[in-house]
Design a protein around this ligand. Structure first.
Ligand code: SF4
Length: 412
């Protein structure tokens, strides 16, 4: 980690704090001296505008630079959603289908393995596997899938199963979370996506998911996974019926878990995609159509500040925001572009138009266009390769045809 004053001198700080109110300046100075902002401080930062917002973004960028310098990372992976059939009825979800609905699918274990092999042959080090809570899914499916994948591809990292799936699988198997997760780890589970967190606030969850997976349950499953040596990501889904107060509570909860377990590898803000979401379609006057540009900037920057010293990696979701917006957030506290994905389908099902894949070469181009150094990493943030400035990168064509669309057209 760099010394703070090589990243920002006292005069840089004086300049950026000019015209900023005393309370915001004190919070930001506290962050720069590695003292953690309180939950109230975090909420206050989310409400900044004008010069104060600019100062928040700058401090987030300094904190990022101190840890990561100019490096921006990504992982070559493939997203595999084995089923989109789910009866949980989460109101925000545009992905789930009923068994008899057009487009409902459940691919076989052999098909999942075949997709993973295809990904491995295209350079992937990870498969990211999640599915709906299919009513006919046997509880053994989760372990069978891991065993089949590891048999075919012993070296691939399996990043799989949200806490909601763990809740479901453990219930089906009549096992404790600990016993269920321990078995999955033995079968090859490498890490878990910290999805299904949405907003870790009871009232909001009640409206989003009928609180089927409560905050307490989500926290219990994540902490159990961490205690067994299964790391996870942490996420937030924002921009619907939530407010800065809930974001501050959520970030504070994530911090408390991290202090206790150290098991989070990264924090990923996920902006709500409203187009095909029942939550929005049924209540268009009450539900926001995703986060505003201002909220997106602040979510990434304030997360960096709130999690400073606890979670080093703040990831942007290009599937939610698009490549150009993701690139711009690399100067607001973000240090990771996430995965190439190859087959993104959750955001796409909810109406996102940002495509299914950004190839390795395109990741490198996007990162270079932000004057940063591209770094290919593995799931657990170990560097696989740092791309030299003049190094040409050749990768295969996107796995799925884009019908002439180019996610990098903004670079031309
Ligand atoms: S968010 Fe997940 S658990 Fe909820 S309905 Fe959609 S697929 Fe099912």
């Amino acid at each position: 980690m760099k010394d703070l004053h090589t990243v920002c001198t006292f005069s840089d700080q004086a300049e950026i704090f000019m015209g900023v109110s005393k309370d915001i300046r004190l919070i930001l100075e506290k962050a720069l001296s590695d003292r953690r902002p309180s939950s109230d401080d975090i909420e206050r930062l989310f409400l900044t505008t004008g010069k104060e917002k600019k100062a928040v973004l700058q401090v987030a960028d300094w904190l990022r630079e101190r840890i990561h310098g100019d490096n921006v990372s990504f992982v070559i992976n493939r997203n595999i959603n084995f089923t989109n059939v789910c009866y949980m009825g989460c109101k925000f979800c545009g992905f789930a289908k009923r068994l008899d609905e057009a487009g409902a699918e459940w691919i076989s274990v052999e098909q999942v393995v075949q997709r993973a092999e295809e990904a491995w042959n295209r350079g992937a080090s990870e498969v990211c596997i999640q599915g709906g809570l299919h009513p006919k899914l046997p509880g053994t499916y989760y372990r069978d899938l891991l065993i089949a994948l590891k048999k075919a591809l012993p070296k691939i990292h399996i990043h799989a199963y949200s806490p909601f799936e763990i809740w479901y699988g453990a219930k089906k198997m009549k096992l404790s979370y600990s016993d269920f997760l321990e078995d999955l780890k033995e079968c090859g589970l490498g890490s878990m996506p910290g999805t299904a967190a949405e907003i870790l606030d009871k009232q909001i969850r009640e409206k989003l998911t009928k609180n089927k997976l409560s905050t307490a349950r989500w926290v219990e499953i994540i902490k159990t996974a961490h205690s067994l040596g299964i790391p996870s990501t942490a996420t937030i889904m924002y921009g619907h019926i939530d407010a800065p107060m809930h974001w501050a509570i959520h970030l504070d909860t994530i911090r408390r878990i991290q202090i206790e377990t150290g098991g989070f590898t990264e924090f990923v803000p996920l902006s709500f995609v409203h187009y095909d979401s029942p939550l929005f379609l049924e209540n268009p006057n009450l539900v926001r159509p995703g986060a505003s540009d201002n909220e997106i900037d602040l979510m990434h920057a304030v997360s960096r500040i709130a999690l400073n010293g606890l979670i080093d990696n703040v990831q942007v979701s290009w599937t939610k925001l698009g490549a150009e917006r993701a690139r711009n957030l690399l100067s607001m506290g973000v240090n990771d572009m996430g995965g190439t994905l190859m087959n993104e389908s959750i955001s796409r099902s909810a109406g996102s138009k940002n495509g299914q894949e950004i190839t390795e070469r395109e990741m490198v181009d996007i990162i270079r266009s932000a004057s940063k150094v591209p770094v290919r990493r593995n799931t657990l943030y170990k560097t696989i390769k740092t791309y030299r400035t003049d190094e040409a990168v050749t990768t295969s064509e996107p796995l799925v045809s884009r019908d002439g669309q180019n996610p990098l057209s903004f670079l031309k």
